[in-house]
Design a protein around this ligand. Structure first.
Ligand SMILES: Nc1ncnc2c1ncn2[C@@H]1O[C@H](COP(=O)(O)OP(=O)(O)O)[C@@H](O)[C@H]1O
Ligand SMILES: [Mg+2]
Length: 400
């Protein structure tokens, strides 16, 4: 369907210092966010990080404790939900069971007195490719079809901004992937601004032009999917968006284009421009698929990091690839993801191996992974240690 049939375009959304406190709990803290008109934006984060609260604030269903919400440049912070050009699609599609699909889609427009409600509903149903079932009841449709009706019902109002709160959560994996592609196509066709909330990193990455990774009510990092994946800035992003091998150590040299870090007695390099911090104790990382496994020690080569010898403690063959866990003394467990280029896994469990990767593929984080939760008795010790460590980092930062 041509874009012209849905003539009204999307609007910019801006959140300006939004804080939301519930009694005794701060769900959102000083959130700043700009979403360009017509973009497909994903808010990605674990359950409980504040995604739904953010959407409810934008829709006007909650009032922020502080901050402003601007839509198309207009301050809507104190307007009622129905005064905002915003529509929401939820995980449970909540269609009216006693109405036909067409009536469900036309309902909102009819109530608002639109004369061409039925024609517009047909148009929206054609967009989600369900016009041929317009006379059926929701119960006569599959889950995926019902979700598409819910989408048509939201799009038919031509909101400047469409909020999607984990709308594909109830669908099985295959249908989910299919719907992801369809949603993306529909967004391209209607040109509205989509804000899609999900805890599924693959979903966020495949659908959105821009992804914001949210953690504990804050945005940790925002960017294009490939940018977030290739250059995560925090340990949370490095591990929430795919997997990472993380190594922590002291910077021993930072003179040239690379910084060199001493990790358990080995020297590992990272490009300076890909490292957030250049002095003191830092955490660096590399994605498992960037690593190459070798049966023998490679000759040292500038531009490549080497770890080894290590031992393969697990090789999980999944057809297209094998995931290896390699124990490297003094370093820990390193994950390697190898494409199946031959016939099955190349290395057997128990094999001695060397690991190597291009320095260019590494990244340096601005923080360190949180220490794993310990028993209650250790809490005082660990928090005291964490405090000491933070003070040391602070001192080093000030020196640098
Ligand atoms: N009305 C409320 N009263 C108190 N706490 C709330 C309320 N709504 C949400 N929360 C809390 O705010 C946090 C974020 O919730 P939510 O935005 O629903 O997270 P998400 O959608 O990312 O899973 C959660 O810890 C939740 O318990
Ligand atoms: Mg939620």
């Amino acid at each position: 369907m041509a874009r012209s049939t849905f003539a009204e375009s999307g609007a910019d959304l801006r959140l300006d210092g939004i804080t939301k406190r519930f009694p005794g709990f701060t769900a959102i803290e000083g959130l700043d966010l700009s979403i360009a008109a017509g973009s497909f934006f994903a808010l990605l984060g674990p359950s409980g990080c504040g995604k739904t609260t953010t959407l409810r604030l934008i829709a006007g269903l909650e009032e922020p404790t502080a901050g402003r919400i601007l839509l198309g440049g207009k301050d809507v912070t104190s307007t009622k939900p129905y005064q905002r050009p915003v529509n929401t699609v939820f995980q449970s599609y909540a269609l009216f069971p006693h109405m036909s699909v067409l009536e469900n889609v036309a309902f909102g427009l009819k109530r608002r007195g639109f004369k061409d409600a039925t024609a517009k509903a047909h148009e929206a149903l054609r967009l989600v490719e369900l016009d041929h079932v317009a006379q059926r009841r929701p119960a006569q449709l599959s889950g995926g079809q019902q979700q598409r009706v819910a989408l048509a019902r939201a799009v038919v109002n031509r909101p400047a901004l469409l909020l999607l709160d984990e709308p594909l959560g109830a669908l099985d994996l295959k249908l989910r992937r299919q719907m992801q592609l369809e949603l993306k196509t529909i967004q391209g066709e209607v040109g509205l601004t989509f804000l899609h909330v999900t805890h599924d990193q693959e979903e966020a990455m495949t659908m959105a032009d821009t992804v914001a990774v949210m953690n504990k009510g804050r945005i940790e990092q925002l960017g294009a999917p490939e940018e977030l994946y290739e250059l995560p800035r925090t340990a949370f992003v490095a591990n929430f968006l795919g997997n990472s091998n993380l190594f922590t150590g002291e910077v021993v040299s930072a003179d040239g284009d690379t910084i060199v870090v001493d990790v358990g007695g080995r020297r590992l390099a990272v490009p300076r421009v890909r490292a957030q911090r250049h002095a003191g104790e830092v955490t660096i990382g590399v994605r498992p698929e960037k690593l190459v496994l070798l049966p023998d020690e490679p000759t040292p080569q500038t531009g490549r990091n080497v770890l080894g010898p290590g031992r393969v403690i697990d090789a999980s063959f999944s057809g297209v690839s094998t995931q290896y866990q390699v124990a490297v003394p003094g370093i820990g467990i390193v994950a390697v993801f190898a494409q199946n280029l031959g016939f099955g896994p190349v290395m057997q469990e128990g094999a001695e191996v060397w690991l190597t990767w291009s320095v260019d593929h590494g990244f340096g984080l601005s923080d360190s992974p949180e220490p794993p939760a310990t028993s209650a008795g250790d809490d005082v010790d660990t928090s005291a240690l964490a405090l000491q460590r933070r003070e040391r980092l602070q001192a080093e930062l000030e020196e640098a």
